[in-house]
Design a protein around this ligand. Sequence first.
Ligand code: HEM
Ligand SMILES: [Ca+2]
Length: 614
Amino acid sequence: MDLGKINDVNPTPPDNTCPIGPRYCSNSRYRSSDGSCNNLQNPTWGMAQTPYGRLTMYNYADGISAMPISLTGRQLPNPREISVSLFPDKQLIDPVWNLNAQQWGQVVTHDMSLTAGVAQSHKDLLTCCDDNGQLAPDAAFNPSCAPIIVPPNDDIHAAQGTQCFNFVRTGTTRDRGCTPPHAPAQQISIVSSYMDLSMVYGANDLQADELRSYVGGRLKTLVRGGRQWPPQDSNVSLTCESALSPNEPCYLTGDLRVNQNPQLAILQIILLREHNRIADVLSRLNPFWDDETVYHEARRIHIAEIQHINYYEYLPIFLGFENMVRNKLIYPGATSYVNDYDPHVNPTILDEHATAAFRHFHTLIRGYLQMISENRKLVGAVRLSDWFNRPILIETNDVFDDLTRGLTAQPQHYSDQFWDSEITQYFFRRNKTYGEDLRAADIQRGRDHGLGNYISARAACNLPVPNTFEDMLDFISPENLEILRSLYETPEDVELVVAGSLERNVPNLQTGPTFLSIMTEQFYRTRVGDRYFYENGKDPETAFTPSQLESIRRGSSMARLLCDNADNIQSMQPRAFQQISDSNNLVACADLPTIDLSLWQETHASSHHISTLW
Ligand code: HEM
Ligand SMILES: [Ca+2]
């Protein structure tokens, strides 16, 4: 498939008076924690606490804020009703890719965006549903039956005429948002858009500081049972709301979503331990490096490793290898630098990506998580909705390793319109029978963000634009179209979040053409707009040496990352996003390639990274 060039409505995110970028950018060897100064001409590009970017125009019914009616004033269908009728549960299993492919996607997402206020805005569907979790008869007309709370004039969406405002959010940060007078509400993403492991290191200096131990370049950990865990989040009732006691483990990391589900917490801990593993090796190799140098050098290597895994191992599964090569997202076989940094490319996360396209992969989630022993036997399974926001599970017995092996052995859900009821009926159910509906929340969030409609997204992607419902038959099945038609009055009302997820998948890929096009554009920008991207060698101050780069390319893999940082996993299949098979069989962890950190050894005399205090 050929993806046309995407035209941007807002190539530059609206440059409001706040958040205020830094006054001066030094050309630092290391990234800032909030992403500022990555782009030296536009220091706020991709920075935490700035508005999402957009491909299509705002689509707010009243011009400025979220309403459940379309641009032309028609009532839009209740999101829960859309979810129930178009995204039912049907257990179709992916034949190739494992649950780790699904779960790593959430990690990638959490590096790239977080809607301000999201953690506070969920509410139970119970009042709107009957005893079977189905929509109550009057729910569609009951505004309180929306799955997330979106008051138009709250402290998160600035009202018309508001200039700047402060609000205290969950977690450790104090956020600032703003809109210029008489402009549509703008949604703020509170993490850095760059693929810079902000979910590990924090997305501002305060958060980063809180997570560092200031000894040997390490991040803080608590040791329990001889194993490293993240420090305790003091706000248990919020981030670990299902914990039965405030003394249960509740993790503090760079991202407040860490405790949301057990597999996510596991991968966050793997990444935390990977930083400390690299830091310990660097300290041994360079005993004269101070804490500051070890921390930044370890962070820099770690980010490069994960960028490599993301672009060469993870993304090809979803964007397609050929598609990525053709659109210059990857350069397989490159033996030296890829100097494609373009300071005119804005890497800010597109709202169409975060609020519609990438959320499509919620379809991959499985409701039961398998626990698998070292000899790859099923030893148990846990129900996902028993363990939302309650990470104590993974510290119990061998559950950490059993669930990690489960990630790599259990198939993910097939990418289609069928969603597991654990997230459409029982999501965040706490100790109740029914909970919320993530698909309905996605749809409602699209309205909250004023996303442009399906038609305009296709136009922005240079794909054929349907003028009538019938035109949609080219990409959506007749059965689904019938339901769409019964829900929406006109084709213009049809929402991107909904119809994008109904398109037939591009052959051998995991989404239809519209979402594929949006994601391809996003990950192109994320790469080319990142001055510190690990393959970039133009600036000797920030570049890896050719041999370091070669080692990162050869030694970075999901398999090795899991092996090195799980509690005691001895074997792994080399392609750890893929199920175990004859062509992807288990090998001893020690036989998997690894990054040669001795390439970072310096003699005292040649060291130029000794940090200075000023
Ligand atoms: C068990 C797994 C997962 C759970 C429980 C989960 C849950 C959630 C929740 C609660 C939200 C916020 C909903 C709102 O707007 O109110 C969200 C947002 C999101 N999710 Fe997931 N998710 C999971 C996995 C994934 C995966 C695998 C992907 C992609 C590969 C993904 C992509 C996203 C994106 C892009 C957002 C929007 C982030 C933002 O900009 O705020 N999620 N998810
Ligand atoms: Ca980031």
